[in-house]
Design a protein around this ligand. Structure first.
Ligand SMILES: [Zn+2]
Length: 112
C-alpha cells in the first residue's frame, strides 16, 4: 500500500525520518532516463565467459571480451512513503502516540 506525503518533516512519534517507498531495479540494459527520481545508479560491465583448456587438459572458464553493461538503480516517485499516517513513520509510532493520547485523556477524565 502506498501512502501520501507526510505533513511534517520528521515522525511525530520517534523523530525519525520517513522511509521512501522506492523500487530497486537490476540488470537493466540502459541507464534510467525517465522522470522518476533515480539514485544509487551503478554500471556493471558484463563479459563473455570462454571455456579454455588448462595445462592439464581440463576445461576452465575464463573471462572473455567485454560485451555490454547493465545498470542497477533505485527509483522513487518523489512522493510515496513506506508508511505514514501523515505524521508517523510507522504503525508502531502511530499506535504508541494514540496510546499516549488516550491515557492522557483518561487521566483528565475526558474518557471513561
Ligand atoms: Zn516514528
Amino acid at each position: 500500500m502506498r501512502y501520501g506525503k507526510p505533513k511534517v518533516k520528521k515522525c511525530v512519534g520517534c523523530g525519525g525520518r520517513f522511509r521512501r517507498d522506492s523500487t530497486s531495479y537490476h540488470m537493466k540494459d540502459e541507464p534510467y532516463k525517465g522522470n522518476m527520481i533515480c539514485y544509487n545508479q551503478k554500471e556493471r560491465k558484463q563479459f563473455e565467459t570462454k571455456q579454455v583448456r588448462n595445462i592439464n587438459g581440463g576445461l576452465e572458464l575464463e573471462k572473455g571480451e567485454y560485451t555490454h553493461s547493465t545498470y542497477s538503480y533505485i527509483l522513487w516517485d518523489g512522493e510515496s512513503y513506506k508508511h505514514t499516517d501523515y505524521f508517523f513513520c510507522s504503525g508502531k509510532c502511530s499506535k504508541a502516540f494514540a496510546y499516549l493520547c488516550a491515557s492522557q485523556l483518561y487521566k483528565k477524565g475526558a474518557i471513561k
